[in-house]
Design a protein around this ligand. Structure first.
Ligand SMILES: O=C([O-])CC(=O)C(=O)O
Ligand SMILES: [Mg+2]
Length: 170
C-alpha cells in the first residue's frame, strides 16, 4: 500500500521535478535561525563589506519573499538579531547569506529561517553600496532575482517558478 504525501520537502521535489531544479552544493550553508524551512520568491542582494542595502530591504514589506545575499570583501557579519527582527516584523520568508552572521545565540530563538556560511563576530562597515537584482553565483548555482527557492533540513534548491503541484512543508 502506498500512501500519498500531502506535503513535500526538498527530497520529494527532487524526485518529482529533477529536470527543473538546481540544487545548492552540500556543506556550504548552516542553519542559524529558529526556523529551518522556507519557500518563496528570491530577492538577490550583492554586498561588499557593508550590510546597509540588506538592512534597508528587510525594513520594507517582504511578502514572504526570501532575501539571498552574496557578500564579498573582507570577513564580516552582515546579519544579527537586529536585521533578523526587521525580517520578522516585515514578513520576510527567510534570509540566506553567502557570508557570515553573528548574534547566533539570539538568532536560534527567533522565528525566522536564517542560513549562512558561518559565524563571525565583527560587523560590516558602512562604506560601500550593495545592489539588488543581480544574478548571483552561489554554491555552484546561478541564482536569478525573481526565481523561486525551496529550503529545508535536506538542502536548498531553486527553480524558475513556483511549482503548482507542490505543497511545501511549513
Ligand atoms: O548590526 C549589524 O550590522 C549586524 C548585527 O549585529 C545585527 O543585525 O544585529
Ligand atoms: Mg547585533
Amino acid at each position: 500500500m502506498s500512501e500519498k504525501l500531502d506535503t513535500h520537502g526538498t527530497a520529494e521535489i527532487c524526485d518529482i521535478h529533477r529536470e527543473n531544479i538546481q540544487v545548492f552544493q552540500p556543506m556550504s550553508f548552516k542553519s542559524y535561525g529558529g526556523k529551518t524551512r522556507c519557500s518563496g520568491e528570491i530577492v538577490t542582494v550583492s554586498l561588499y563589506e557593508d550590510n546597509s542595502t540588506l538592512k534597508t530591504l528587510l525594513q520594507t514589506p517582504g511578502n514572504n519573499r526570501i532575501a539571498v545575499a552574496k557578500v564579498s570583501g573582507d570577513f564580516c557579519a552582515v546579519v544579527g538579531d537586529n536585521l533578523c527582527k526587521f525580517a520578522i516584523d516585515n514578513g520576510w520568508g527567510g534570509i540566506i547569506i553567502d557570508g557570515f552572521v553573528r548574534d547566533t545565540n539570539m538568532l536560534k530563538t527567533m522565528p525566522m529561517t536564517v542560513l549562512a556560511m558561518g559565524t563571525y563576530p565583527l560587523r560590516s562597515s558602512k562604506k560601500s553600496q550593495g545592489k539588488i537584482g543581480d544574478t548571483l553565483e552561489i554554491a555552484g548555482v546561478k541564482v536569478d532575482h525573481g526565481s523561486y527557492l525551496y529550503l529545508d533540513e535536506d538542502g536548498i534548491l531553486v527553480t524558475k517558478e513556483k511549482f503548482s503541484d507542490i505543497n511545501f512543508v511549513k
